[in-house]
Design a protein around this ligand. Structure first.
Ligand code: MLT
Length: 258
């Protein structure tokens, strides 16, 4: 595996370390409201994953294990052995990679608008095609197709929040986009990583998520009842932006029970 890169990050507060991982193709500022709120009682660490925000974006495929190793290297730098890993969407795939490859570093896991399933072959193929497109044409064509899917149906995309998300996505360099798209296409199914009772695990789902279907998560937790499913009303794929207080409250309840 390639060497970890030094991630850009922001940190707030002290106490139990909580790592907030953003999804694709976003950056750590996605979690600004939760950082500010949870920083009163926890040591909140929010990195930009490789290829995103102000972190390095080397060429090549970014496997989820590699992104998790980058985060672990950041935690080493900060003197943190174990943390609660909270991952939004692709950030959830990274948290699951940490749970698979270094479970001793995971004190708790929250998947936010995320899931443990591998890509079906057609999805993996379309990601690889999009990775090639990003390298050829840049990030913008992918952003315009994805933006409406991030918010719940019917959302006005001319609001400040939607503009902030659009600009965040447009700042992601093409090699970062291509790196994670091919890495996500290669990720394994991680359902087995959720089977042990420890560490505690939860899923936060936007009721109207157009990317991660609530019905799939409900079927998953029916099979794995120790994984708590918390549904956030009035949210799509971005509960931390669409319903910041409800998202913070759900995270706080999970953390308080650890
Ligand atoms: C994300 O928000 O990180 C992506 O939608 C994840 C994915 O494409 O599977």
């Amino acid at each position: 595996m390639t060497d970890p890169v030094a991630l850009h990050y922001e940190e707030r507060g002290s106490g139990l370390p909580v790592v907030l991982l953003h999804g694709y193709p976003l950056d750590h500022t996605l979690w600004r409201a939760q950082m500010a709120a949870l920083g009163d009682a926890y040591r909140v660490i929010a990195p930009d994953l490789r290829g995103h925000g102000a972190s390095p974006a080397p060429e090549g495929e970014y496997r989820m294990d590699l992104l998790a190793a980058d985060v672990a290297a950041l935690l080493d730098r900060l003197g943190v052995e174990r943390a609660v890993w909270v991952g939004h969407s692709m950030g959830g795939y990274v948290a699951l990679a940490a749970l698979r490859t270094m479970p001793e570093r995971v004190a708790g896991l929250v998947l936010c608008a995320s899931h443990p399933f591998a890509d079906p072959p057609d999805k993996a193929a379309s990601r690889r095609a999009s990775a090639a497109q990003a390298l050829r044409e840049g990030t913008a064509p992918l952003v315009s197709g994805m933006l409406p899917l991030l918010f719940r149906p019917g959302t006005n995309l001319e609001t400040i929040s939607a503009h902030l998300i659009r600009s965040m996505m447009l700042r992601t360099p093409p090699q970062g986009v291509a790196g994670v798209l091919s890495g996500m296409a290669a990720r394994p199914d991680a359902v087995d990583a959720l089977r042990p009772l420890d560490p505690p695990k939860a899923i936060l789902a936007g009721r109207d998520d157009q990317i991660v279907r609530l019905a799939d998560l409900q079927a998953l937790v029916a099979e794995l009842p120790h994984v708590a499913l918390h549904v956030i009303d009035g949210a799509g794929h971005l509960p931390m932006i669409e319903q910041p207080e409800a998202t913070t409250a759900a995270l706080r309840a999970f953390l308080a029970a650890l």
